[in-house]
Design a protein around this ligand. Structure first.
Ligand code: NAP
Length: 332
């Protein structure tokens, strides 16, 4: 392998097998470095970028989309080269804004989808979003309303595809069935947390994605840095946070075995964790979260590694997962 372009599930659009996650931009990564990382990603063949209206929140909601927008505004064909994914669901309130009950809550109302799409388009300095994702399931809003809101945006040329994130398997099934009743394309992808140390999606989400032809794009593929060589001493980045240091301690035994296995394989831990995800045919592209240029460059190694049966079995032993798909994992 190497960076290659593949279909998003059963759908026609071609995306790179690594998706560039931008959640660190404006938070842990400066605007200048974010620009360099995005330019280098394109040079490497990574054409799939993921963001969200809410990213940048620890500084200001929407800041990450604004950084991407200023990067697009430099021209040079940057916007056309990217399959751009963003998300709606969370509040994106700015300190100076008047309180706004519909926007400040978390939901997928038609009101919010229209308004927040306009906000994202403005911040991203683009006329369209390629993949507009529901950041979370909203079980209180009727599907009639949500699908109509997305359909209106698609007809206006403001969005091309719709994806989900943080949906249960049965939410994916419901959303797809409800879309098909209305002769809509429905969901093209699901974005779920999935990494060696969190394999819950193997029970219901992965079978649902396979059945409905959705591409699975795993978020936090390194568990937020835990699987990226967390036992090394670091001076900066997310692994210096108190929460992360606690997680590292709680997982020390597993991480020692994991990092020893990676040394035996002669590969960096981050590349092994990403290669393991790429092994699953339902996975289209892990959403990598580089904080630095070096982390971007080293992630590409994952696309060149093939893990043999012994390596896969050793990883299963350290990180057992739920034991397969439902119901066999717990019944027969
Ligand atoms: N849909 C959702 O609810 C949701 C939630 C979270 C994230 N996401 C998406 O998923 C993307 C990735 O999530 P994430 O940032 O949590 O991913 P991650 O890869 O699990 O964690 C990123 C952290 O891992 C470390 N890292 C990254 N690349 C590395 C490498 N090559 N070698 C060693 N360490 C490396 C860095 O830690 P240090 O900072 O310690 O160096 C980095 O900050 C986000 O950018 C966002 O687009 C979506």
């Amino acid at each position: 392998m190497a960076i290659e372009h593949r279909r998003l599930g059963k759908h026609g659009v071609l995306v790179s097998n690594l998706c560039l996650g931008t959640m660190n931009f404006g938070w842990h990564t400066s605007e200048e470095d974010s620009f360099r990382i995005m330019d280098r990603a394109l040079e490497l063949g990574i054409n799939f970028f993921d963001t969200a209206d809410v990213y940048g929140w620890s500084v200001e909601h929407g800041l990450t989309e604004e950084i991407i927008g200023r990067w697009f505004a430099q021209g040079g064909g940057r916007r056309d080269a990217v399959v751009l994914a963003t998300k709606v669901y969370n509040p994106v309130s700015r300190k100076a804004n008047l309180p706004e009950p519909n926007s400040d809550g978390r939901n997928l109302s038609a009101y919010k989808i229209r308004k927040h799409c306009e906000g994202s388009l403005k911040r991203l300095q683009t006329d369209w979003i390629d993949l507009y994702q529901m950041h979370h399931i909203d079980r209180d809003c009727p599907w009639d309303e949500t699908w109509q809101a997305f359909d209106n945006l698609a007809k206006q040329g403001k969005i091309v595809y719709v994806g989900s994130s943080n949906f249960a398997g049965w939410d994916i099934a419901t959303a797809c069935q409800e879309a098909s009743k209305r002769n809509l394309m429905g969901l093209v992808s699901e974005q779920s947390i999935y990494h060696l140390d969190n394999r819950m999606v193997e029970l219901e989400v992965i079978p649902a994605c396979r059945h409905y032809g959705l591409g699975l794009i795993p978020w936090s593929p390194l568990g937020g840095g835990l699987l990226g060589g967390a036992l090394e001493k670091v001076e900066s980045g997310r692994r210096t946070s108190e929460e992360m240091l606690k997680r590292i301690e709680a997982n020390r035994d597993k991480l020692e075995r994991y990092e020893a296995l990676c040394r035996e394989l002669g590969e960096p831990p981050a590349a092994v964790a990403l290669a393991w995800l790429l092994h699953n045919p339902v996975v289209t592209a892990p959403i990598i979260g580089p904080r630095t240029m070096e982390q971007l460059e080293s992630a590409v190694r994952a696309t060149e590694i093939t893990l043999d049966e012994d390596a896969l079995a050793a990883l299963d032993e350290i990180f057992p997962g739920p034991g397969g798909e439902a119901p066999k994992a717990y019944a027969w």
